[in-house]
Ligand binder design. Structure first.
Ligand SMILES: NC(=O)c1ccc[n+]([C@@H]2O[C@H](COP(=O)([O-])OP(=O)(O)OC[C@H]3O[C@@H](n4cnc5c(N)ncnc54)[C@H](OP(=O)(O)O)[C@@H]3O)[C@@H](O)[C@H]2O)c1
Length: 249
């Protein structure tokens, strides 16, 4: 059985990924969709041409990860596509961030992503594509959004190392690093108004970010950075010392 697995499938980038994979890879036997919002996942199931297998679960709970592992062991699928899109962010200074919110960001963005990758990896093979949702905030420390940005730096570093480890297996890892994207995520960080005015014209459409990521992953690219502004930001962060850039953040 050939499948795709998408976390964070109930909304935003993950949901768009499911729809676009179903169109572009219509030969997939199933797409396994993971998120807590069961209603949203069932709604998605009705819209898709490829059958979806719904895993309505919190990925920070180990017993749920074990349930997924058991299902994989039972079905023994070939995972053509694995998208780690689940994520959350709170934009507050560290001192003002609630302890549980801090923990949630690390649990979802780092822990769950790592453990899920370990669980899914044995079912990937030649021509499999792993896609990790990092963020442009992985390129530079972000005062006021420190834990989130650091968690995305973790995703970037972990995924680069994984890509290297998988070099001879034919499985590629593509790290998606968008700037702001027009999804419900923006509401959780205070809405579009919380984005500095200068950055607002650069808010990208979800479907565009996903279509670029699908093309980049198909080519086996390491990084998928949608939009010219974030590409420039990436270059600047590589050239200019972070100490200097941090003076302007
Ligand atoms: N939007 C942006 O501006 C932006 C920019 C750069 C990077 N990103 C990254 O892109 C990824 C997708 O974000 P998005 O913009 O699509 O945000 P979103 O619309 O808020 O979607 C986040 C997804 O993560 C899932 N999720 C969160 N906590 C979970 C948990 N404990 N267990 C299972 N699923 C969980 C949510 O599902 P449930 O709530 O149903 O569980 C939802 O499907 C994230 O990793 C985010 O950091 C976003």
């Amino acid at each position: 059985m050939k499948i795709a697995i998408v976390t964070g499938a109930s909304s935003g980038i993950g949901a768009s990924y499911v729809c676009q994979l179903a169109e572009k890879y219509s030969w997939l036997d199933e797409i396994w969709v993971i998120a807590r919002n069961e209603t949203a996942l069932w709604t998605l199931k009705r819209q898709c041409i490829v059958p979806l297998r719904v895993f309505a679960m919190d990925i920070t709970q180990t017993e749920n990860l074990l349930r997924l592992e058991e299902e994989l062991e039972k079905v023994k699928p070939y995972v053509k596509y694995f998208v780690n899109a689940a994520g959350c962010g709170i934009n507050k200074k560290i001192k003002e961030t609630d302890l549980m919110d801090c923990n949630r960001m690390l649990e979802v963005n780092c822990n769950a992503l790592t453990l899920l990758t370990k669980i899914v990896l044995p079912y990937c093979g030649k021509r499999s594509r792993i896609v990790m949702l990092a963020s442009a905030s992985a390129f530079l420390p972000q005062p006021g959004f420190a834990v989130y940005a650091a968690s995305k730096s973790y995703v970037l570093s972990f995924s680069r190392a994984l890509r290297r480890e998988l070099k001879k297996t034919g499985t590629t890892v593509t790290i998606v690093c968008p700037g702001p994207v027009d999804t419900p995520f923006l509401d959780t960080i205070g809405g579009k108004d919380s984005i500095p005015v200068i950055k607002r014209p650069f808010i990208m459409k979800t479907d565009k970010v996903v279509s670029v990521a699908i093309k980049d992953a198909a080519k086996g690219k390491e990084l998928s950075i949608p939009g010219i502004s974030m590409k420039c930001f990436f270059r600047i962060c590589k050239i200019v010392p972070h100490k200097v850039l941090l003076k302007f953040t």
